[in-house]
Ligand binder design. Structure first.
Ligand code: B12
Ligand code: SF4
Length: 602
């Protein structure tokens, strides 16, 4: 095993969730991870490939997944046993990691006091000035595209160059004073990065540590892989911290950066070469225009695994026909948000039901394997009754399209947070929101609240937090009934979900009262009941999100060949690639203190 230059750690949402009594609620029902949010950012993949091509070995450790898989997993002993790298990196990308990421950072700093500790990701970018004041954080890397800046940082740490010259970096000097380096605009397209999960598989073999590389629990059984079409978005959904508005203000990005269509098709082929699992193309491929979509579909022709395509707005017949020709096993994801056109418009999606239903009908006609339709709770103009009215509309959709089970409806709350940087967070009154927590520290504490009702950082003019929570459970019941009626879940499963929803709703009410009375003991006494519902989805088991794969998850022969090839490539890189000291390093090194060559202590 080689000593890594950078160790990237992914923390659980709350540390240590195994000891805490928290009704976490259905906050992660619409994504593959559990409510611990054990999935690490795709950026870990692109960062490690970029750095390794420049001679810096990177190791990834998904601590959250390790803790979930093994309740006895000793985090401190594991961190203590890690070799000394040039730096540790922790993603504080999603704000729901505010508690866990800072706790893990504290442990790392305590056990490896002289190794610089960096955080990065969207939430780190938004909160960089607050974050750098925590004693355990030395460096905050800002921006949506940090491959280049992190490589510069590694050079600075390796050769003793000044940190002033590392773009996007917020850092502390030895006197503890914070510095905010200028931000470099992210690249205009995604042609320079590599999205090749086979390299992660090879790294897992190299580090002999497969469990630490797993993206989420259950991935080996259902190896879904995301393909990245862009960084940024052209849409402006009110609660989204990845909207055009948020990207402009947080990352200084004026337009999305798109993955060149041929490269993206190649990414898909590489993924399909080793797994039979589905590929999820992130971002509507029509965002960059019709020509882009056509070029991608042309280049991706014949990929034989299920490919999930997102629709941000209704699609025409020609487009759907082209998708079906190119990707015979395609599936669609559509986030309608609400059945009510006014609510949907206020969220930022101004299209009519009729238009999207037309797209659904056409997609099914052209052989879509699945049509996943998502609704959300906690939106502008959405009342309690409007949440419940999602169910009859869903029944109408199931009546119209659902006889063969390809249409799958899902509902979940906008939770736990309205994203910082989103329109709703930045201009709450205009969108009818009241925001309870604004700072990072407030969010960190909110995550340790005993019920997700009090973790929610918002209420709306139309619903209190209690109503958001209770309407979520109630609409969950209605969806559960529909699913059993239309044969999407079996009766046994449905009964189990029904009971869990009832119990979740009761517990939320009981915790609210105990919390108001300051009765911590009373809350702790609910521990066993809370544990019994924490693992249950509002509507179904996680597996209901899964597309039918009907084959072994991996193409084992090719995977074996790949691992051998990757190992040889890795040895070759080690022999041939060495980090190169930048040309102007001598001059630069004289001008300031550095981690490596000075007595600067952090
Ligand atoms: C794809 C996506 C997902 C995928 C995740 C894929 C993945 N593994 O990364 C899925 C669907 C699973 C998902 C889930 C969630 N998501 Co999401 N997601 C997105 C989306 C649409 C695109 C993200 C993207 O393109 N990333 C690519 C680039 C930008 O990021 P990246 O390559 O991963 O990372 C780069 C930088 O961010 C940075 N970086 C990131 N981490 C680190 C760490 C270090 C140390 C360093 C140096 C740098 C660094 O450098 C990387 C390389 O350049 C955005 C919306 C948008 N338009 O951006 C929302 C978004 C990121 N998600 C968001 C949220 C809230 C979530 C959930 C919490 C939702 C929920 N309640 O379930 C979960 C969390 C899941 C988990 N961790 O377990 C919010 C985050 C807001 C915030 N500040 O918290 C966003 C902005 C919008 C939204 N509401 O959906 N998501
Ligand atoms: S929620 Fe809206 S703004 Fe955010 S990534 Fe999706 S389409 Fe774009």
């Amino acid at each position: 095993m080689t000593s890594p230059a950078l160790i990237l750690l992914h923390a659980p949402s709350v540390y240590d969730f195994r000891q805490e009594t928290i009704l976490r609620g259905p906050v992660s029902d619409l994504v593959p991870s559990s409510s611990i949010f054990e999935m690490y950012p795709i950026g870990f993949t692109t960062l490690s490939a970029y750095l390794e091509d420049r001679g810096y070995t990177v190791r990834i450790v998904n601590l959250a997944a390790r803790m979930l898989a093994d309740r006895a997993f000793d985090v401190e002993a594991f961190i203590a046993s890690l070799p000394r790298p040039l730096a540790f990196g922790i993603d504080l990308h999603w704000l729901p990691h505010a508690h866990g990421a800072l706790a893990i950072a504290e442990i790392v700093k305590r056990l490896h006091p002289d190794v610089p500790l960096m955080t990065g990701g969207f939430s780190s970018t938004y909160y960089h000035e607050e974050l750098i004041r925590y004693p355990q954080v030395d460096l905050v890397m800002r921006g949506d595209s940090t491959e280049g800046p992190v490589a510069k940082l590694m050079d600075a740490l390796n050769f003793g160059l000044p940190l002033e010259d590392v773009p996007n970096l917020t850092w502390k000097d030895k006197a503890g004073e914070a510095h905010v380096n200028p931000m470099r605009e992210g690249p205009p397209d995604l042609g320079e990065i590599e999205i090749d999960y086979r390299r992660l598989m090879a790294a897992a073999a190299r580090d002999r540590d497969l469990p630490s590389y797993l993206p989420f629990m259950g991935w080996l059984q259902y190896p879904i892989m995301p393909a990245v079409s862009c960084r940024g978005c052209i849409m402006n959904c009110a609660g989204c911290g990845g909207s055009a508005f948020a990207f402009r203000h947080m990352h200084g990005r004026r337009r999305p950066a798109f993955r060149p269509p041929d490269m993206m098709a190649n990414d898909l082929r590489q993924m399909a070469s080793v797994t039979n699992g589905p590929i999820f193309v992130l971002g509507d491929i029509r965002q960059a225009g019709q020509e882009y979509a056509e070029r991608f579909l042309q280049a991706a022709r014949g990929i034989d695994v299920p490919v999930i395509i997102e629709l941000f707005w209704p699609a025409g017949r020609e487009f759907l026909k082209a998708v079906s020709r190119s990707l015979p096993r395609f599936a669609l994801e559509i986030s309608l948000e609400s059945h009510d056109e006014e609510v949907r418009r206020a969220f930022g999606k101004p299209y009519r039901n009729e238009a999207i239903e037309e797209s659904m009908a056409t997609a099914l006609e052209f052989g879509a394997q699945r049509l996943d339709v998502f609704f959300m709770v906690g939106l502008t103009r959405q009342t309690y009754q409007s949440v419940l009215d999602t169910a009859p509309y869903t029944e109408y959709l199931l009546e119209r399209f659902g006889t063969d089970g390809r249409l799958r409806p899902f509902v979940g709350p906008m939770a736990p947070f309205v994203d910082p940087g989103s329109l709703a967070f930045e201009q709450p009154e205009q969108h009818g929101y009241h925001i309870f927590y604004r700072t990072l520290e407030e969010h960190r504490r909110a995550l340790a609240e005993p019920s997700w009702q009090f973790t929610l950082n918002y209420e709306t003019q139309w619903m209190t937090r209690r109503e958001i929570v209770q309407s979520t459970y109630e609409v969950g019941q209605l969806f559960n009934h529909l699913k059993v009626k239309y044969g999407l879940v079996d009766a046994g499963e449905s009964a189990r979900v029904e009971e869990a929803l009832r119990e979740g709703s009761r517990l939320a009410g009981e915790i609210e009262q105990l919390r108001a009375a300051g009765d911590q003991e009373g809350i702790r006494a609910l521990g066993a009941r809370i544990d019994s519902v924490n693992g249950t989805r509002v509507l179904e088991e996680k597996s209901e999100l899964n597309l039918p794969v009907n084959q072994a998850p991996f193409k084992l022969l090719r995977l074996g060949g790949l691992l051998v090839w990757s190992w040889l490539r890795y040895r070759w890189l080690l022999l041939t690639r060495r980090p190169v000291r930048p040309q102007d390093a001598n001059t630069l090194a004289d001008t300031a203190g550095t981690f490596a060559n000075s007595d600067q202590s952090i």
